[in-house]
Write a protein that binds this ligand. Structure first.
Ligand code: DAT
Ligand code: MG
Length: 148
């Protein structure tokens, strides 16, 4: 089953949005496979966003990610990478539809509350980076009520 890496950024933690965000993924029917609260080092944030290192906003982005604790998660389910991005909304919160996390909770692109992997391949890399210890192995007993 497909997995994705989801991270609630420091503003989402500070603003008390952790419960609401987890709830949206849970209620959809996805399965939580990994979860931790941690503050990352600058070099770690730089590796996570390595693909964006040439962008003018890279420094500010890294400063933001290291500015406080984040909630790192692995969610599992059918099409969870793409559907996770849909639940999150567009990168610029002002362009995110109401009902999405960014559409409901954010205004500025540099304070957009949450990260989600953009492909199955990035999800694989990000899960390996953030969860080198591996994730939990379990299957929800609700499985047959969610999948036909
Ligand atoms: P996403 O987080 O939607 O996958 P991304 O991977 O292109 O978007 O960029 C990572 C983060 O970098 C994004 O969540 C916010 C920040 N960012 C992206 N484009 C930006 C821009 N033009 N100005 C400022 N910050 C930007
Ligand atoms: Mg991205």
């Amino acid at each position: 089953m497909e997995q994705t890496f989801i991270m609630i950024k420091p503003d989402g933690v500070q603003r008390g949005l952790v419960g609401d965000i987890i709830s949206r993924f849970e209620k959809k029917g996805f399965t939580l496979k990994g979860l931790k609260l941690l503050t990352v080092e600058r070099s770690f944030a730089e590796s996570h966003y390595a693909d964006l290192s040439s962008k003018p906003f890279f420094n500010g982005l890294v400063e933001y990610i290291v500015s406080g604790p984040v909630v790192a998660m692995v969610w599992e389910g059918k099409s969870v990478v793409t559907t996770g991005r849909t639940i999150i909304g567009a990168t610029n919160p002002l362009a995110s539809a109401p009902g999405t996390i960014r559409g409901d909770f954010a205004i500025d692109i540099g304070r957009n509350v949450i990260h989600g992997s953009d492909s199955v391949e990035s999800a694989r890399k990000e899960i390996a980076l953030w969860f080198p210890e591996g994730v939990a192995e379990w299957q929800s007993s609700l499985h047959s009520w969610i999948y036909e």
